[in-house]
Design a protein around this ligand. Structure first.
Ligand SMILES: Cc1ncc(C[n+]2csc(CCOP(=O)(O)OP(=O)(O)O)c2C)c(N)n1
Ligand SMILES: [Mg+2]
Length: 575
């Protein structure tokens, strides 16, 4: 079987339905197979950076993996930011790039970026779990298996295969054997470590179980597909749950036990509840405890008795804080183990419930969940982004999803949007690449065509990856792109404006008409300037069932809801 057909067929058998690409000579042999592989839809992006982000979005929404194809050299360098975003957020993405034929390597051939020259492998190396050149036809199947395995192993992440065109045209003799299903769901569990954690949460008499126990849920819960188990465990013992921003939605934000988001752009109950010094035991499930997810490494979040830190990736446990009960394992397995507890342990955990409920009541009495609830109803013009996010949420069905870009609008959405289910709030939170959300949404829509989907992006982000709205139009991907058009790189402007008009000017953007741009690229579009226009515009856009852009004229001067993060930052000292 021709290598290109073999690769695409193998990927479809692994569950792939879409491949994102930008064509070019170095992947010419793929083209006919891309259009002739049953079950596979090729999606041509405007830019390889877009194709990589689409594959990332597809992976996040499908819960499987995504794939993109590009030429070596400029195609590979264009993918880099998307690949880095997938890497830092543990998103499994396969990048296949073409290369000059093996007998040309290093001889000055056009676009030669083989290991003999520019070396695509080395360029992507820090961003991928594995990068391999398939320079021998007998390794074609082997290297595909090896790359996919590395992509799915442990914490998951992107991988790269470079295929010279002679190898692409070659003939693979051995048929593809599908990967074992267990690779997609690594069910690692360590009962001994779990029992140690339970000695803290539900100690044998006469010790008393801690009352003030909380859970901080991270993306590991989403990746492991155990949001239901999390709800059941929390409800069984009345344990309040906060999430990281990346994991927003893994616990319904309107649940009586929800504290909301902890860390950057977080909510009052999560932030003040977890940094009060009252928490006795904090159970962290599937979070790497990054700077933003720890409220700028705020030590006040450290519990008085024990930090129980569970993650499938042991390298992130202890990276930020030492843990009294480190737990390497899959969040789903851990939660199912905890749900099976019975006897004395269950009694001990249940005994602490009344005290825990009183504590939760005190947290709720600290004030409203939002720090500035009035902003959500602001009638200001130009518009307040909090009002925009709130109106969009109201127009969106409960099961609808949001993709959020990088800028001030990330903080507004993190705070004012409510998410109710896993994989309904998407954001590249760890590396924050501007424009990511626009192509990522195309991939998400391809993976979940029935899920209503909107993007909140900025005018600065539109200038970077806005062209990918054309890809949504080309393939009829019904995404509603909402541009917070504040005529500024808003997040930077908020700082630069304090430095004077010179620096401020560097972060201002001339007023651009993104609705006109969208129409010229085949989308329907609307411009919104008043609060009253928001709801009808969003309702119409969502009901259209078509790619749609709403250009919302906003004010850059509203400060982002990140004051607690700023305060913690101001107190930070190197140790
Ligand atoms: C690729 C990239 N370049 C630069 C930055 C730094 N940066 C973060 S937010 C931001 C401004 C974003 O502007 P816009 O999209 O208009 O969103 P707003 O802040 O106005 O909501 C910049 C320049 C970044 N995160 N990513
Ligand atoms: Mg802006």
């Amino acid at each position: 079987m021709k290598t290109t057909a073999y690769y695409l067929d193998a990927l479809v058998r692994e569950g792939l339905t879409h491949a994102f690409l930008v064509p070019g000579g170095l992947i010419d042999p793929f083209l006919e197979d891309l259009t002739a592989t049953p079950g596979l839809t090729p999606v041509v992006a405007a830019h390889e950076g877009g194709a990589a982000c689409m594959a990332d979005g597809y992976a996040r929404a499908s819960g499987r993996f995504g794939a993109c194809l590009c030429i070596g050299g400029p195609g590979v360098t264009n993918t880099l930011t998307g690949v880095v975003a997938a890497s830092t957020d543990n998103s499994p993405v396969l990048v296949i790039s073409g290369q000059v034929p093996t007998n040309w390597e290093g001889r000055g051939g056009f676009q030669d970026s083989s290991p003999a020259t520019l070396n695509d492998l080395a360029m992507l190396d820090p961003a991928v779990r594995k990068s391999l050149a398939v320079e021998n036809i007998h390794l074609a199947g082997h290297h595909l298996r090896s790359a996919l395995t590395a992509m799915l192993a442990g914490a998951q992440g992107p991988v790269h295969l470079s295929l010279p065109t002679d190898i692409q045209r070659g003939d693979v003799a051995t048929p593809w054997t599908p990967l074992d299903a267990s690779l997609y769901r690594p069910r690692v569990i360590d009962p001994e470590a779990l029992e140690r954690a339970l000695d803290i949460l539900a100690p044998p008499a006469p010790d008393k179980a801690p009352e003030r126990v909380a859970i901080l849920a991270g993306a590991g819960v989403e990746k492991s597909g155990c949001a239901d188990e999390l709800v059941r465990f929390a409800e069984a013992y009345a344990i309040p749950v906060a999430t990281t921003l990346r994991a927003k939605g893994v616990f319904p934000e309107d649940h009586p036990l929800s504290l909301g988001v902890f860390g950057y752009a977080g909510h009052r109950h999560a932030i003040e509840g977890l940094t009060s010094g009252e928490v006795e035991a904090l159970v962290v499930l599937g979070s790497g405890l990054s700077q933003r997810d720890t409220l700028f490494w705020d030590r006040n979040m450290l519990p008085t008795r024990a930090l129980i830190h569970a993650d499938i990736d042991p390298t992130v446990i202890g990276r930020t804080w030492p843990s009294e009960a480190p737990l390497t394992g899959d969040c789903g397995e851990i939660l199912r183990y905890l749900l099976r507890i019975e006897g004395d342990r269950a009694v001990a955990l249940a005994d602490a419930v009344p005290g825990r409920r009183r504590w939760l009541k005190r947290i709720r009495a600290l004030g409203p969940r939002l720090y500035d609830p009035q902003a959500a109803a602001s009638d200001d013009m130009p518009l307040h982004p909090a009002r925009v996010a709130t109106a969009l949420r109201a127009a969106m069905p409960r099961h609808g999803a949001l993709v959020v870009d990088s800028g001030a609008h990330r903080a507004f959405c993190g705070h004012y949007w409510q998410a109710y289910a896993p994989r309904t709030y998407f954001s590249a939170t760890n590396i924050g690449p501007m424009g990511w959300a626009i192509p990522a949404a195309c991939g998400i829509k391809a993976a979940r065509p029935d899920m209503p989907l909107a993007v909140v992006t900025g005018d600065g982000c539109m200038l970077m990856h806005g062209m990918e709205i054309h890809t949504a139009a080309r393939y009829g991907l019904a995404v509603v792109f909402v541009v917070i058009n504040n005529q500024a790189l808003g997040n930077v402007w908020l700082r630069s404006s304090k430095q004077g008009p010179g620096p401020a000017g560097l972060t201002e953007i001339p007023g651009r008409d993104f609705a006109a741009m969208a129409r010229s690229l085949g989308l329907e579009a609307a411009t919104v300037t008043t609060p009253g226009e928001l709801a009808p515009a969003f309702e119409k856009a969502l009901a259209s069932g078509r790619p749609y852009l709403v250009d919302v004229r906003c004010d850059k001067r509203f400060t982002t809801p990140v004051a607690p993060f700023g305060q913690a930052k101001a107190l930070w000292v190197d140790e």
